[in-house]
Design a protein around this ligand. Structure first.
Ligand code: G6P
Length: 615
């Protein structure tokens, strides 16, 4: 949700900023812009509505000199996406330029106060208010930019990651964060700044993750200094070494990141499992759980908070924990949980599930639970992101950077970690037999190979997608472990093809949704051989009886459903609790090919962003 880049050093800043914006485009693509101090001391801002490409086109004929600059790619919150609301924003005098990721909640109060001091506003953004405020403080107190930023952060309420340059000091960038991420890359005589490490990795693997309340003073050729906004002393700087590789950030020959990420799943799940299941296949090791085992063994309930696809994975987690650990689980939308005055007590375990580790609602939900004495555990993908740093313990899914806005490999990584966790806790608690653990754990190890097998369906699904590309509505039905799969299949289709789709528990369909079924509304039914297989078969018959078309995802060798469904996609046999890992693959591919046929921007669907750092 908005991406920030910054650079100060020896190279042409523009090249680094543009490349960085491309890497961060998944965070928002309503507009983008750069601010650079040129060789002759001008502070130039170039910005354009739309994707980074539009900015490049616009800036091509301009002065792109200078070795210091900041840049921004926007997901609009305040004010429509246009050139004027695009970042960076100038201060009133044109001396400062600022980029911002987050939301300033008290911006209208600040705006009124600044207006009464004669400040004018060109844009509708909260960011322009903040940069005017900083300049106002500088002038009023006759202080440095750093002091003004420190003072401004005391008056600003909300979430922000900001970077500011000052025309009168071409050797300095000031950056600050509160609830929105910011990473500084440390090179040889140069510094990089970004919302995540992806724009930095090609230049240096040494990074510093800023903490909430940090203000960084980045001076050219000097040592970086970080201050806590509430104290005068310098904060200790911890340099972390990145484990990411540049290849992970490229499409690697695939037309879209989403397709690459779907096809990466055998490898990403092998990485996710690696070292976590013992050689004899009888035990699971997750140190973040084992080190806090008494929290899981003594709790009376687990709360899982998440958003979007992660929320669907959480629903599968509920089944897993209840089956293997016999611990009641509630799954909450983080955005609802945080404002519902929830009952959370010491002794509760709250799991925050998030690919990005930055989702504002999930972060706020876990802070709330922590404040009420709960033990908070994170399951995230992005290493060093805010949620893992705010939790007591956690576990990474290790599936590598996910760039496509529609989540695919993170979903299967999350389900895999939840499966391993539930086996581990269940085994420690004695609520699952060693034999079941061994069987399920050995099936988890088979998943990468089985997914490779499912890829044989690719061409068939591509053909199938052609038949359904022009449907206006879809129904996705599933039960038990695969009810969340139905929700996730429908979400995939909605977000990238813009076709309306509804996920439903198959048996619940007859209480209303069945009224929608006709020849024009296809149903995708997950009808694998589980404990409710016969009932799902009945549901398929009910759809067929009303003239509906059925695409069924079935267990290999199924002939019963094959006889009644219009199209059948087979997935291999596996432990029932792991079937969502296999059924996810045809659902992802179907959504992908339908969206491609419709000519959609699969990796950057309209109105969406991958990392939702605003409410
Ligand atoms: C956005 C993304 C989804 C993601 C959701 C939650 O909506 O587009 O793909 O599932 O945020 O994100 P998180 O990073 O917390 O899993």
């Amino acid at each position: 949700m908005c991406g920030i880049v910054g650079y100060i050093g020896k190279r042409r800043a523009y090249d680094i900023l543009i490349q960085g914006l491309h890497r961060l485009e998944y965070r928002g693509y309503d507009s983008s812009g750069v601010a650079m101090i040129s060789e002759d001391g001008e502070l130039n801002i170039y910005k354009a509505k739309g994707k980074v490409e539009a900015l490049e086109h616009f800036a091509a004929s301009k002065d792109l000199s200078g070795t210091i600059g900041i840049a921004h790619t926007r997901w609009a919150t305040h004010g429509e996406p246009n050139d004027i609301n695009a970042h960076p924003h100038f201060s009133q005098s044109g001396r400062l330029a600022m980029v911002h990721n987050g939301t300033i909640e008290n911006y209208s109060v600040l705006k009124d106060a600044l207006s009464s001091h004669g400040y004018n506003f060109i844009s509708q953004t909260d960011t322009e208010v903040a940069v005017h405020l900083i300049e106002y403080i500088m002038q009023k107190n006759n202080c440095s930019l750093f002091d003004a930023v420190r003072e401004a952060t005391k008056r600003i309420v909300g979430a922000y990651a900001i970077a500011i340059v000052d025309k009168q000091n071409p050797d300095q960038i000031i950056a600050a964060r509160q609830s929105s991420p910011l990473v500084i890359g440390v090179g040889e005589g140069e510094y990089f700044l970004a919302s995540d490490a992806t724009p930095i990795i090609e230049y240096t693997n040494k990074v510093i993750y800023l903490n909430d309340g940090d203000i960084a003073v980045i001076n050219r050729g000097q040592e970086l200094k970080v201050f806590d906004s509430n104290s005068t002393s310098e904060s200790e700087i911890k340099i972390t070494e990145l484990q990411m590789s540049i290849e992970q950030l490229e499409k690697g020959g695939y037309p879209h990141f989403m397709l690459k990420e779907i096809f990466e799943q055998p490898k990403t799940l092998a990485d996710c499992i690696s070292g976590r299941i013992s050689a004899d296949g009888k035990r699971v090791t997750l140190s973040g759980v084992i080190e806090h085992k008494e929290k899981f063994l003594n709790t009376n309930r687990i709360i899982i908070v998440a958003c979007g696809t992660s929320w669907h994975a959480a629903l599968i987690g509920k089944h897993l924990f209840e089956e293997f650990c016999r611990i009641p689980v509630v799954v909450e939308y983080a955005s609802e949980f945080r404002y519902s005055n929830p009952v959370v007590n010491p002794g509760d375990v709250l799991i925050a599930l998030s690919q990005s580790g930055e989702t504002a609602d999930t972060l706020a939900a876990l802070e709330l639970a922590k404040a009420n004495g709960a033990f908070v555990f994170g399951i995230c993908n992005v290493i060093g992101s805010s949620i893992p740093r705010a939790t007591h313990s956690g576990c990474y899914i290790h599936v590598g950077p996910e760039i496509g806005v529609a989540s695919t490999k993170a979903f299967t990584g999350q389900v895999t970690v939840l499966a391993m966790m539930s086996l581990l806790i269940g085994q420690m608690k004695g609520t699952v037999s060693d034999e079941v653990v061994a069987n399920v754990a050995s099936d988890i190890r088979r998943v990468p190979a089985l997914i490779k097998d499912i890829f044989k369906l690719n061409d068939k699904i591509e053909e199938l997608a052609k038949i359904f590309t022009y449907a206006h509505n879809f129904l996705y039905l599933g039960r038990g472990y695969n009810y969340p799969s139905a929700l996730e299949g429908a979400l995939k289709l909605k977000e990238i093809s813009y076709i309306h789709a509804e996920g439903y528990p198959a048996a619940e369909m007859k209480h209303g949704t069945i009224a929608l079924i006709d020849n024009d509304m296809p149903s995708v039914v997950i009808a694998i051989k589980d404990n409710v297989y016969e009932k799902t078969v009945n549901n398929i018959q009910q759809v067929k009886a009303r003239g509906g078309k059925v695409v069924a995802i079935v267990t290999e060798g199924d002939t019963i459903v094959a006889d009644m469904a219009d199209y059948v996609l087979e997935v291999p046999q596996i432990a029932e609790c792991l079937t969502p890992l296999l059924t996810a693959i045809p659902l992802q591919l179907l959504a992908y090919y339908i969206a491609v046929n419709k000519g959609r921007n699969v990796d950057q669907p309209r109105n969406l962003a991958k990392s939702v750092t605003v409410e």
